[in-house]
Each structure stands twice: as structure tokens, then as C-alpha cells.
Design a protein around this ligand. Structure first.
Ligand code: ZN
Length: 113
């Protein structure tokens, strides 16, 4: 990008207000976005740009919102599950952990020999 043409994308008819910012670097505003893990992402936007309500966290990729107290919940890709499904899932999860641990123990025992 060559510096001279940076303003090319500007909307025509933005009004006389926009004309005052002809400086080398257009003034920008920074917006804080917070994700559920407490990371703060601060993208900057042109003053006349529309600030999105959500932003992807730069660190973990979770959706981040402008309210630090109430960051958006992580996206759920799975369809709706019943309570029973959640219970089953949790159970199979802990089973999975037990199996994993058992496997690790065997592995360690084998290595030790
Ligand atoms: Zn994050």
C-alpha cells in the first residue's frame, strides 16, 4: 500500500466532518474486547468505522466482547443437548480419563522395565 492512496476507500458523501482528518495517519480508536479466558484484545478502528460487537480473541480465538464483566460464552458447535445427554457425556468423559490414566500407567510400567 502506498501512503498517498490510503484514503481511497473513503465513502463519498460522508459529510464535512470526515474532511478534517486528512493527516498522515487518520485518527483511530482502540476498542477493548474481552474473551471468556480474560484475555484482552485491542484492535484499532478508523474513527468512522463501524465497531463490531464481537471480536475473536487474538490469543485463544474465543469470541470476545466489549464488556469485561460479561464476556461472550465460547461458541458451541454441537446442537442442543438434553440434560441426560450432558450427564452421559460427563460420565463418559471421566471414564475416558480413567482409561487414559490406566494406559499411561501401563506405558510407564513398560518403560521402566
Ligand atoms: Zn482469549
Amino acid at each position: 500500500m502506498t501512503g498517498g492512496n490510503a484514503i481511497r476507500g473513503r465513502r463519498v458523501g460522508a459529510g464535512p466532518m470526515g474532511e478534517s482528518e486528512r493527516g498522515e495517519s487518520a485518527p483511530r480508536k482502540r476498542v477493548d474486547y474481552w474473551c471468556a479466558n480474560g484475555h484482552c484484545t485491542r484492535p484499532s478502528f478508523a474513527l468512522d468505522a463501524e465497531v463490531p460487537e464481537m471480536w475473536d480473541c487474538a490469543r485463544c480465538g474465543l469470541p470476545a466482547g466489549q464488556d469485561e464483566e460479561e464476556p461472550p460464552k465460547p461458541r458451541r458447535t454441537e446442537p442442543y443437548k438434553s440434560h441426560l445427554a450432558y450427564v452421559k457425556e460427563r460420565r463418559s468423559d471421566s471414564d475416558g480419563m480413567a482409561i487414559l490414566e490406566e494406559a499411561l500407567t501401563k506405558l510407564k510400567a513398560r518403560k521402566g522395565r
